[in-house]
Ligand binder design. Structure first.
Ligand code: ZN
Length: 191
């Protein structure tokens, strides 16, 4: 896995204010065919055009690359919900478009990479792995996100509380596996 950090990690200027607290993570499915590296220029364009308000997450991940767009201790614009933007770290799983460039099997490799990053963040923040710390975009906003995971793991069933918990419990069980293996290296992630 190649980790790429944007200039926001070097520069003083940031897009948003610092969070008061991190409560957990949100796993997004981007519903695009773009790889994580494709988001580097895409986000630069968005910034240049003054369009970042349309949304961005701290992290963009695919099978090979983890692009750290913005430090995770800052507020994000990833959920269309103020509380979620202020308190949860967004992990955008790339190339998740349904019937897109990746098969389900290939997309599940990206999911695994996202679970590893989620485990690392939760451990570094001294947070447990549970239904309060592992959240879905659709819990905060009217959206199909994470649509690919919903199709694969919940068989595209109705958007009920029970099914949300089914998907979250799957995410939690996978994240927990990596959580137990994480060795904390604060310098690597929270520069
Ligand atoms: Zn989302």
């Amino acid at each position: 896995m190649e980790h790429i950090y944007s200039d926001y990690f070097r520069d003083k200027s940031k897009i948003t204010e610092k969070r008061t607290q991190i409560l957990g993570i949100v796993l997004h499915d981007d519903a695009e065919n773009m790889a994580a590296k494709d988001y580097i220029d895409w986000l630069k364009d968005r910034a240049r055009e003054g369009c970042l308000y349309k949304g961005w997450a701290s992290i963009y991940i695919d099978k090979d690359t983890c692009y750290w767009f913005h430090p995770i201790d800052y507020i994000e614009w990833h959920c269309g919900n103020q509380f979620a933007n202020e308190h949860y770290v967004g992990i955008e799983r790339c190339q998740s478009k349904i019937n897109g460039v990746l098969s389900d099997r290939q997309f599940e490799e990206i999911e695994e990479a996202s679970f590893k990053i989620a485990a690392k963040i939760l451990k570094e923040q001294n947070l447990p792995v549970n239904r309060d710390t592992v959240r879905l975009h659709r819990e905060f906003f009217e959206t199909a996100c994470p649509a690919r995971a919903w199709q694969i793991h919940v068989n595209n069933s109705e958007d009920s509380e029970v099914n949300r918990e089914r998907l979250k419990d799957y995410f939690i069980s996978r994240i927990q596996t990596y959580y137990n293996q994480v060795k904390i290296d604060k310098t690597a992630i929270l520069r």
